[in-house]
Write a protein that binds this ligand. Structure first.
Ligand code: S5P
Length: 477
């Protein structure tokens, strides 16, 4: 464990001050893991004690300085931002700021500040448990060409972060560990009587509890080309799409949300040469008939693209089977891929299994959505990824806003909510640029709707989106 080079006295003084301002509370606290902790740590309150904050920044800097001299510092948002700022000002090291917002569009930079490719950044965090937040920041710094070798924290809770960071070539420096913090409090007489017993139990329990990284922890996955991923694909349509993208050199899907069949066919004819997938919502087509599908399929064959019906199935297995195979649309007969929600649980996939066994069609699970306030987040997203992984024959990929660590290379990741010049619409849609989605969020395919079909020259616009998203893909190599 790389711990502090600070003296015991210095650490004691700091711990007692943290205790004094309520950043380190003693008593009985139930942690998320269910463990009763005699200690509760909330370092956010340090912003109210500027002198202490400055000394925390300086102690953290001293802890790591001997080993590395960073060109830049970057605090993990938000608690560590003032600490990193203090460090930057006191030691005259320029700072970069990572935007935490899920969305960045237009000219908004993911990393603010002046830097050049290859600059080394010292990542600053208040405390680490699993290391997930640190890894998120490292991922974003890496995505703009910055390198990270060292991470400094005030407190290491000793619950797996050090090992997780080490696996990724990152060295963790801490001013003190949980064990040292508790020992200091005991020695200072702050922990006595029955609380001491609790402390001993806590330390024992704490030692064995490694908080795993959530499956949603982002990782900078090594680049694997579409050609290679075609070989890994477990669903026939995923294989087909990877091959198609590699040979046609396009990762642009277009959402044609028009309501008149001839308009859809005309647009498909115009932009067919630029796209890998054409996405439909057939239930909005006012003059829908089987001939429309035949015509669309002919254009798809001519221009070599796949047809994606964005039906967003969400019912129980038995009902979705009818919705997929029957009714006016008979989607199973023509769609290469369809979207499904997971609210009904994994058995929904059984509703499709029989039909797609013969056609080889692929299911796309909605793991995240682009609209404001979407509830496809957190544990739901994790469960969707798990659902995909347990049904790799039928599931070809995910509709998502970012690549998550559990999304393996056999899946195609498609991202809607893409436009060059708009932040969103009046009904909750939120947009990112093709480059941001493919390069920084590391997904595979952009889905563009109004940005293309509402344009006065859809073909020209499709070429622009195609070029932007393909060069973003190529730049990842
Ligand atoms: O999260 C999502 C998932 C989907 S499939 N957000 C989305 O916008 N979509 C679909 O993508 C949506 O139904 C629409 O067809 C398209 C986006 O269209 P645009 O006009 O906003 O680009």
């Amino acid at each position: 464990m790389t711990t502090s080079i600070l003296s015991k006295e210095e650490i004691k003084e700091l711990v007692l001050k943290l205790n004094e301002i309520g950043a380190v509370k003693l008593g009985e606290f139930k942690l998320k893991s269910g463990i009763i902790s005699p200690i509760y740590i909330d370092l956010r309150v340090t912003v109210s004690s500027p002198v202490l904050l400055a000394s925390i920044a300086s102690m953290m800097y001293k802890t790591v300085y001997a080993q590395s001299k960073p060109e830049l510092v970057c605090g993990v948002p938000y608690t560590a931002l003032p600490i990193a700022t203090g460090m930057s000002i006191a030691h005259n090291i320029p700072m970069v700021v990572r935007r935490k917002e899920a969305k960045a569009y237009g000219t908004k930079q993911l990393i603010e500040g002046i830097f050049k490719e290859g600059d080394n950044v010292l990542v600053v965090e208040d405390l680490v448990t699993s290391g997930a937040s640190v890894l998120e920041t490292v991922r974003d710094l890496n995505s703009v060409g910055l390198t990270v070798t060292d991470v400094v924290v005030l407190l290491d809770r000793q619950q797996g972060a050090k090992q997780e960071l080490e696996k990724r070539g990152l060295k963790l420096h801490s001013v003190f560990t949980m064990e040292e913090l508790i020992n200091t409090l005991v020695e200072a007489g702050k922990l006595t009587g029955p609380t001491l017993e609790l402390v001993k139990n806590f330390l024992e329990a704490n030692k064995n509890v490694v908080v795993p990284l959530p499956s949603s922890a982002p990782v900078r996955a090594p680049f694997v080309s579409f050609q290679e991923r075609a070989k890994l694909a477990t669903n026939p349509t995923a294989n087909k799409l990877f091959q198609l993208m590699a040979s046609k050199k396009t990762n642009l899907a277009v959402a044609v949300d028009l309501t008149v069949k001839q308009e859809i066919l005309d647009l498909a004819e115009k932009i067919g040469s630029e796209i890998c997938v054409l996405k439909t919502h057939v239930d909005i087509v006012q003059d829908y008939d089987q001939q429309f599908i035949k015509d669309l399929q002919a254009i798809a064959a001519k221009h070599n693209f796949l047809i994606f019906e964005d039906r967003k199935f969400a019912d129980i297995g038995n009902t979705v089977k009818y919705q997929f195979e029957n009714g006016v649309y008979e989607i199973s007969k023509w769609a290469d891929m369809v979207t499904i929600h997971g609210v009904a649980g994994p058995a929904i996939i059984d509703g499709f299994r029989e039909s797609i066994k013969t056609t080889g069609a692929g299911l796309l699970l909605l793991a995240q959505m682009s609209s404001k306030g979407s509830m496809c987040v957190g544990e739901y997203t994790n469960q969707m990824v798990e659902m995909g992984k347990s049904n790799q024959d039928a599931v070809m990929g995910f509709i998502c806003q970012e690549r998550l660590s559990a999304m393996s290379d056999n899946f195609v990741l498609m991202t809607p909510g893409v436009q060059f010049n708009s932040a969103g619409d009046s009904m909750g849609q939120q947009y990112n640029t093709p480059e941001y989605v493919i390069k920084e969020k590391n997904t595979d395919v952009i889905i563009v709707g109004r940005g293309i079909y509402k344009s006065s020259n859809p073909k020209e616009e499709a070429i622009k989106y195609r070029t932007a998203s393909w060069s973003a893909y190529e730049s990842k190599q």
